[in-house]
Design a protein around this ligand. Structure first.
Ligand SMILES: Cc1cc2nc3c(=O)[nH]c(=O)nc-3n(C[C@H](O)[C@H](O)[C@H](O)COP(=O)(O)OP(=O)(O)OC[C@H]3O[C@@H](n4cnc5c(N)ncnc54)[C@H](O)[C@@H]3O)c2cc1C
Length: 363
């Protein structure tokens, strides 16, 4: 085993795995993961949706540019998304219609036809996004890890990076390992600022936000697995069929420090209650729960690029609630920037503005 690499990527979630796979084509790369297996944190805890109309402009451009990879690899299964408006969310409705392209209003009867579990009288108006899909996240993540290994990359799990020093080269301590490289890529998810601080970099103000999820039994309903993902417009609950069960979330976004997240029971109970008010189906038991951390920079866009003061430290954090759907494009872009190459033109043609995602915007 070598101790010297061109590049060390810290974090083997979708961000780290995908960029490492691209970089390993032409560079020697080590991918370090503190947990026993990659994908243990946010990547393994998502709602697995591709929503090309959801997110800030930078993420919309990246998500559109990711579509071809998703299609070619067979990673998507179409699933519509529906937003329903109960009383009291009229302003949210107008805001969503004004802000979000690619969606259209449908009648409440049409909404009920598409989602027969909708309780009569709950929805006053409804919106449909027909361009959304389920992502096979495991398949996607594993495809990048496999490509990384095929290209000679070294993945080290159970290797938490605890010390980073620079003396010409970077020197890292990660569990029992001592490794060095000229470039490090910070793809540490919720720990992005913590890893940056280890390397002596000024944090960007990354804020992890907890989202709780419950898996409940599927209702007795024809074609259950083909139902759309449905949520209220005010984002106080959403649900979708997943592996023969119902995935229900209170859509919480509670600021927390980075940690091994778990669902907040009270938040979850309140969210399930709001979900219950919206559907004509009774949740009799909760089979499983989990929490995950969606991590945001102060302006909501990801932080991607070399540190202003150090061309050996590359930021790849702040993917928020869109890190899976954007990853095929974000990783190609990040790999090009790491190698000081021109950003891929198909991604820029989608309207991405590099200044919107540059770490320089935080001074
Ligand atoms: C409930 C929920 C629903 C979501 N739904 C969607 C969705 O439908 N579509 C979508 O696109 N996105 C969704 N997201 C967001 C998406 O999951 C994230 O944006 C994405 O997984 C972030 O990937 P990542 O690789 O940056 O982070 P992570 O998967 O958290 O990976 C970071 C890795 O870094 C490792 N690490 C941290 N510090 C160190 C260290 N010091 N040394 C070594 N390793 C370290 C961690 O162990 C972790 O494995 C959702 C998130 C949640 C929580």
């Amino acid at each position: 085993m070598s101790n010297e690499f061109d590049i060390i990527v810290i974090g083997a979630g979708i961000a780290g795995a995908s960029v490492a796979a691209h970089l390993a084509e032409t560079r020697s790369v080590a991918l370090l993961e503190m947990e026993e297996r990659p994908g243990y944190h946010t990547t393994g805890r998502s709602a697995s949706m591709y929503e090309p109309n959801y997110g800030p402009p930078s993420m919309l451009a990246l998500t559109r540019a990711a579509r071809q990879h998703f299609d070619e690899g067979g990673f998507l299964t179409p699933r519509e998304t529906m937003f329903v408006m109960p009383d009291g969310q009229e302003d949210d409705f107008e805001k969503l219609m004004a802000k979000q392209k690619g969606i259209s209003e449908i009648s409440v009867s049409d909404a009920t036809r598409r989602f027969p579990l909708l309780r009569e009288g709950y929805a006053k108006r409804a919106i449909l996004d027909s361009g959304t899909a389920d992502i096979d996240v495991d398949l996607l993540h594993n495809s990048y890890l496999r490509l990384f290994r095929q290209r000679g990359g070294e993945l080290h799990c159970s290797s938490p990076v605890t010390a980073i020093e620079k003396n010409g080269q970077w020197k890292l301590r990660a569990g029992d390992l001592s490794l060095s490289a000229r470039i490090i890529v910070d793809a540490a998810g919720a720990w992005g600022d913590a890893v940056a601080a280890l390397a002596g970099k000024k944090p960007v103000g990354l804020q992890p936000k907890r989202r709780s999820v419950a898996i409940v039994p599927a209702p007795d309903c024809d074609n259950f697995m083909s139902l759309p993902m449905v949520g209220d417009i005010g984002e106080t609950w959403y649900c979708k069929p997943q592996s023969g069960k119902f995935f229900v979330s209170p859509a919480d976004a509670t600021p927390v420090d980075p940690h091994d997240a778990y669902a907040d029971d009270m938040t979850l109970a309140e969210g399930i209650d709001r979900f219950q008010n919206a559907v004509n189906y009774e949740v009799t038991r909760v089979e499983r729960t989990w929490g995950g951390l969606r991590s945001f920079a102060p302006d909501g866009s990801p932080v991607v690029g070399y540190d202003k003061a150090d061309d050996g430290f590359f930021w790849l954090i702040g993917q928020g609630g869109y890190g899976i759907q954007s990853s095929p494009a974000l990783s190609r872009l990040a790999a090009a920037l790491v190698r000081h190459e021109k950003p891929p033109s198909d991604i820029m043609d989608e309207g991405l503005i590099l200044a919107d995602i540059s770490p320089d915007r935080f001074g």
